[in-house]
Design a protein around this ligand. Structure first.
Ligand code: HDE
Length: 714
């Protein structure tokens, strides 16, 4: 078997440039003698137009920016590979899924949707999850999200949705946030969005890390086998580290303390060798089952519950290499759901069909030319030969007279491939239909799966959804919009609507009074056609839909970060005890002290300080430990320490202290609220004990102690 894993890296190496031990030159290769001064008429005189070195440098700089992506502008990516673990040749002829052990290079980009390129990573938002597979049969892009459904059913509503969610056009406020009038105005008139709204108001929209998110292809696609038979498929990425979130208050604070939180997390994990990993799974739906379910497989506001169709794992993806250059790779990469290889095909989902147009079109203005496929990160490792020619910034030098097909002068080359030679042929779906501008009535259920999602959540998760809606609608200024939303929410769950209403100081309006336009034509509205419906689901509740009971979760604390709070006089044994225990679990303890440099230990040693209270914040860590020793005198009732610990407590993190450090916890503002049932407060009078470190690690494995919120918010 060929090892293809490094094939893309070899391909990229042709374009890499490294100035180490080289002369500085102009773009034309002329060595530069003075890069610090422009050419002038005399020492104090004006600059001269003939200074080609200055002109070239400034001109290049003037044109350094390209338009950011219309959506998904803010993102981060990494290289890696996809490895087949369970080949599915009976379902697809796609070469990269044929053989166990076969590795295909990938580049994966994660993103937020609404914010601009410089916005925060921690916005409440959907996350993009795009994977480019550099296969032997050409590029395959799986351009998905971390949420398995979407807001709208038809591509024609996408510009409206995005106009509504982006900053409002008159004052460009707010950045990277859906909590404003235009977004909720649109949503309140689009009941089809209610299932997605449940997901976006849940903690899925504030992930702890890109490495701890699921990914979904969203639409139903087709797999095509050698015999030309089609099977419907839904794609899933399951993270090895489990599916985890931060708290909303925490997310907002991270946005101020470190807006690059997710970007840095991905980068650091890869640099440290903690390579993020996901399993790729497929839900297989035989062609004959197309109309078997209470939902339409072509409706992108619906998912297929895993209880109805389980996810079969086919391979794994490992991200093991950071990009060399953010712009050249992460920014210039161009994904497209229409980049498919033989063995994978589209369904008639009307949202997917619209996407098939949009992605190339947008690259033309973003990357400036139809030659964007020649940019190194976009370049296929499978050979490319065709009669496409010229255009801005063409890199390829096509030799010969012939740039048309059929031809005799070029011997008929490049020639077409038979299907048996790997030529792509679209699935021959029989279609005999009227040309109509209509939505299928099978798409009318707008509340059934919103209910399924809400009913599947734990009490903690439901309360987070309530609070998220109180926050979002609380930022809406127009009362009528808030009321319309309460009307829609009451159709998902009356208790949900009532709880949100309490936070808004409002009363849930009767559903019938809720005026709805819900995006249908005036005639259909008059006739009451496409009235939003609630269809009972055959699955009442699904653990795969929660984060807290998610089957992907495991007690691993690998790559988690713990704040180890110290001061001069700290017990060296305590610090080493916790740090080495964490290291064994592939987690990291970071030393935080009142000052940078180092802290002196009780055994006359010195420990390097990673951050001071000024440069660190509790929201940037997964757990906090206060170390024993004489140093605690400085830490007791210290404002910085109290703020640090209070945030950790409020965000339901594990807090530990041993020996004398227990007095620091006892002096914290929340001390009186700590209950015996709190599994996240680990205190041990016995300093530096292994049992203590183990208890601390076990508690961290629960990610957060959300039960604590009962004390905090009652
Ligand atoms: Fe996209 N989307 N999208 N989208 N989308 C773009 O393409 C679009 C949709 C998704 O990391 C754009 O290259 C339309 C669903 C991701 O570079 C643009 C519709 C899903 C990314 C575009 C949708 C996605 C994009 C902007 C409705 C989940 C980031 C820049 C018909 C399955 C890719 C670009 C990256 C990016 C159009 C809906 C995922 C404008 C018209 C549904 C992850 O072409």
């Amino acid at each position: 078997m060929k090892n293809l894993q490094d094939e893309k890296q070899r391909d990229l190496s042709i374009n890499k440039s490294d100035g180490t031990n080289k002369f500085l030159t102009t773009d034309q290769g002329v060595k530069i003698n003075d890069d610090n001064n422009s050419l002038k008429a005399g020492e104090r005189g004006p600059s001269l137009l003939e200074d080609f070195i200055l002109r070239e440098k400034i001109t290049h700089f003037d044109h350094e920016r390209i338009p950011e992506r219309i959506v998904h502008a803010r993102g981060s990516g990494a290289h890696g590979f996809f490895e087949v673990t369970n080949p599915i040749p009976e379902l697809t002829k796609a070469g990269f899924l044929q053989e166990a052990g076969l590795k295909t290079p990938v580049f994966t980009r994660f993103s937020t949707v609404a914010g601009s390129r410089g916005s925060t990573d921690l916005a409440r938002d959907v996350r993009g999850f795009s994977v480019k597979f550099y296969t032997q049969e050409g590029i395959y892009d799986l351009v998905g999200n971390n949420i398995p459904v979407f807001f709208i059913q038809d591509a024609s509503k996408f510009p409206d949705l995005i106009h509504a969610v982006k900053p409002e056009p008159h004052n460009e406020i707010p950045q990277a946030a859906s909590a404003h009038d235009t977004f909720w105005d649109f949503i309140s008139l689009m009941p089809e969005s209610m299932h997605m709204i449940m997901w976006v108001m849940s903690d899925r929209a504030i992930p702890r890390s890109y490495r701890m998110m699921e990914g979904f292809g969203v639409h139903t696609f087709r797999l095509i086998n050698e015999a030309g038979e089609s099977t419907f498929v839904k794609f899933h990425w399951k993270p090895k580290l489990g599916t985890h979130a931060v708290a909303w208050d925490e997310a907002q604070k991270i946005s101020g303390k470190n807006p690059d939180f997710h970007r840095e997390d991905l980068w650091e994990a890869i640099e440290m060798g903690n390579f993020p990993e996901w399993e790729l799974g497929v839900q297989i739906i035989p062609a004959e089952d197309e109309n078997k379910y209470e939902f339409d497989l072509l409706d992108p506001t619906k998912l297929v519950p895993e209880e109805l169709v389980p996810v079969t794992i086919v391979g794994r993806m490992v991200l093991n290499r950071n990009p060399d250059n953010f712009f050249a790779e992460t920014e210039q990469i161009a994904f497209h759901p229409g980049h498919v290889v033989p063995g994978i095909d589209f369904s008639n989902d009307p949202l997917l069909q619209g996407r098939l147009f949009s992605y190339t079109d947008t690259q033309l203005s973003r990357l400036g030319s139809p030659n964007f496929h020649e940019i190194p990160i976009n370049r296929s490792v499978a050979p490319v030969h065709n009669n496409q020619r010229d255009g801005h910034m063409r890199q390829e030098i096509n030799v010969g007279r012939v740039s048309y097909h059929p031809n005799s002068l070029g011997g008929g080359c490049p020639y077409q491939a038979k299907i048996s030679e790997g030529g792509f042929s679209s699935f021959e779906e029989r279609i005999d239909a009227h040309k109509i501008r209509e939505r299928s009535e099978s798409f009318n259920d707008h509340f059934g799966q919103a209910k399924l999602f809400f009913n599947s959540q734990t009490a903690t998760e439901k309360s987070h959804i309530v609070k998220a809606l109180r926050f979002e609608l609380g930022k809406v200024e127009t009362t009528a919009i808030r009321l319309r939303m309460l009307g829609l929410l009451s159709q998902v769950d009356t208790e949900l609507a009532e709880k949100v209403a309490i936070g808004l100081g409002a009363t849930v309006p009767p559903v019938l009074e809720t005026p709805l336009n819900h995006g249908v034509s005036p005639e259909n509205l008059e006739e009451g056609k496409h009235e939003p419906q609630t269809v009972d689901q055959s699955v009442a509740s699904s653990d795969a839909l929660t984060m807290l009971k998610n089957p992907t979760n495991s007690p691993t604390i690998a790559s988690r970060k713990v704040a180890v709070i110290c001061a001069d006089g700290v017990s060296e044994a305590s610090v080493m005890n916790i740090k080495s225990a964490l290291l064994k679990e592939d987690a990291k303890g970071c030393i935080i002290a009142p000052h940078l440099g180092s802290v002196l230990t009780d055994s006359d040693g010195a420990i390097h300080v990673d951050f001071s209270f000024l440069t660190a914040s509790s929201v940037l860590f997964d757990a906090v430990y206060v170390a024993d020793g004489l140093g605690v005198k400085v830490l007791i009732d210290n404002d910085d320490v109290n703020e640090f610990l209070t945030d950790a407590y409020k965000h339901c993190k594990v807090i530990g202290a041993d020996g004398q450090a227990i007095s620091v916890i006892n002096a914290a503002p929340f001390a009186a609220k700590i209950t015996n049932e709190d599994e996240g407060i680990i205190l041990s009078g016995d300093a530096a004990s292994q049992e203590f470190a183990q208890e601390f690690i076990t508690a961290m494995g629960k990610h957060r102690i959300w039960d604590r919120e009962k004390n905090l918010y009652n």
